[in-house]
Design a protein around this ligand. Structure first.
Ligand SMILES: [Mg+2]
Length: 200
């Protein structure tokens, strides 16, 4: 089976790192559980300039490489790949982070997972032509059986795949979201493994 996996807050604890950066740079002490909005500018109550600074800091190579792995992400994905499933990491990060993102995956034993960049959040960043950059129309031509995603903003793209089962990674900012019948809330990677292996 083909499995779509989002990167931030599915494979690694990105928002948690951003709470630390917001505290360090601006003295905003917002506990992780209170990050209620996917929009971090709103969650941390930052002005435009502060938000830009936050994003720049969070995308520095050293910081990106230090993102903590979400417990069992790599272990479960490797088991799924060992069982013959294809794993594609499809991220909405700016594509200038390709190399460091690839390195993070490799350093976490995910060398076999493919990595693609898709402008999921309509961010004003430059996506150049590259083998790892996906245009939306090419993305829609792909086939996926499962998706692991945390962001309500990305669900609209997943709705183009009628047969897809979407594993919504449980996070503070997707609690209010009403889920359709093919969406399943998942507390952790062991639960995701169980869902996928049951359908082998
Ligand atoms: Mg995400």
């Amino acid at each position: 089976m083909n499995i779509y996996v989002d990167f931030d807050d599915c494979l690694c604890e990105t928002a948690l790192e951003f709470t630390r950066i917001a505290a360090r740079l601006f003295g905003r002490n917002v506990p992780y559980e209170e990050v209620r909005f996917f929009n971090l500018q709103k969650s941390f109550d930052l002005n435009e300039e502060e938000y830009q600074q936050l994003m720049e800091e969070g995308h520095r190579d050293k910081i990106l490489l230090g993102y903590e792995e979400t417990p069992n992400a790599s272990k479960v994905l490797n088991e799924l790949m060992d069982a013959g499933h294809e794993v594609s990491i499809i991220t909405g990060r700016p594509d200038m982070t390709y190399e460091v993102s690839r390195r993070w995956l490799d350093e976490h034993e995910l060398q076999r997972a493919k990595l693609y960049f898709l402008n999921k959040y309509g961010r004003d960043t430059f996506y150049q032509t590259g083998s790892y950059n996906l245009e939306l129309e090419d993305f829609y031509k792909m086939h996926f059986d499962y998706a692991v995603e945390d962001s309500p903003l990305a669900f609209q793209y997943l709705d183009h795949f009628p047969e897809l089962k979407v594993m919504v990674f449980d996070r503070p900012w997707n609690q209010e979201c009403e889920l359709k019948d093919n969406y399943y809330r998942c507390s952790d990677w062991n639960y995701i493994r169980k869902q996928i292996r049951n359908n082998d």
